[in-house]
Design a protein around this ligand. Structure first.
Ligand SMILES: Nc1ncnc2c1ncn2[C@@H]1O[C@H](COP(=O)(O)OP(=O)(O)OP(=O)(O)O)[C@@H](O)[C@H]1O
Ligand SMILES: [Mg+2]
Length: 262
């Protein structure tokens, strides 16, 4: 049962692919305004869990309640409209389009205006376009990319492409942002910039779940961390509790908890 004030509550979420139990009876709850870290070894089920929250996958069983509404069977578009936004593990850019245009894609509510309807209602369409452009510029300013608005997106280095992905997600004015390894492949200075962006979004009370491999990175920004291994939550707690948790240490044996500080 959802407790009063809980923002996102998962109960017994389960999904298998053939014989692989990718997510196995996962339960958790996220409070409004929280920044929750989600870590775990390769193949632990982290991205699959995100796709169950965003609606790109449907669970075999279990429930998901967002702001008091059951959502586990709703489409990705319906969940996006309710305020759930995701940045994917791999960077997806529209090549040949500018940074601003790439971000504006995140602001279109295709479910509301089918393109045919929109073409018959040009004035409303133009108003909507203007409002999306304003939101996109706001999102670019939030992530510090406003000066690159008119450059081609593919000309940006990886760190800025990841910031662009976050701006695209922000352009839909989400209530819950799911970030799938935004720090992956970034250089030291790019990681520091990302950290301060996440801190800024957290200070602005945006609720976020952050998937990350580097335990040191996630412990710097997330006050509470959940650990997945083989589809199951094996630990949940503060950064110190997580570092000392025997199940976490053993899940990370072989990959060794990273102590790189960047
Ligand atoms: N679409 C799919 N079809 C079949 N199996 C899948 C699919 N997506 C994920 N899996 C399997 O489910 C398990 C969990 O994968 P998932 O991608 O969720 O892990 P992850 O924790 O995100 O890993 P990584 O850290 O490498 O990104 C793995 O065994 C993976 O091979
Ligand atoms: Mg993944």
């Amino acid at each position: 049962m959802a407790e009063a004030g809980e923002f996102l509550v998962a109960r017994d979420l389960t999904l298998s692919f053939g014989g692989v139990q990718a997510v196995n009876s996962v339960s958790f709850s996220i409070a409004k305004g929280e920044l929750r870290g989600l870590i775990g070894p390769n193949g632990a089920g982290k991205s699959t869990l995100f796709h169950l929250i965003s609606g790109h996958f449907y669970p075999d069983r279990g429930s998901l309640v967002f702001e008091g509404n059951r959502i586990e069977n709703k489409s990705p578009a319906a969940r996006a409209k309710m305020g759930i936004s995701i940045t994917f593990q791999a960077v997806h850019l529209f090549s040949g389009m500018t940074v601003l245009e790439n971000v504006m894609v995140g602001g279109h509510s295709w479910t509301k205006h089918e393109w045919l309807e929109a073409s018959f209602r040009l004035r409303r369409c133009r108003n909507e376009e203007r409002s999306i452009r304003e939101k996109a510029m706001w999102a670019l300013t939030m992530v510090g990319l406003e000066r690159y608005a008119n450059q081609l997106a593919e000309s940006l280095p990886l760190g800025r492409q990841r910031a662009l992905q976050i701006a695209r997600a922000l352009c839909s004015m989400p209530k819950l942002l799911l970030l799938d390894e935004p720090a992956s492949g970034l250089r030291g200075d790019e990681r520091r910039e990302l950290l301060s962006l996440l801190e800024k979004l957290h200070e602005n009370a945006l609720t976020m779940i952050l998937i990350e491999h580097d335990v040191d990175f996630v412990t710097k920004v997330a006050p509470r961390i959940s650990v997945l291994d083989q589809g199951q939550v094996i630990a949940d707690g503060t950064p110190d509790e997580i570092r000392e948790h025997p199940a976490v240490i053993s899940a990370y044996l072989g990959t060794a908890i990273s102590h790189e500080v960047n």
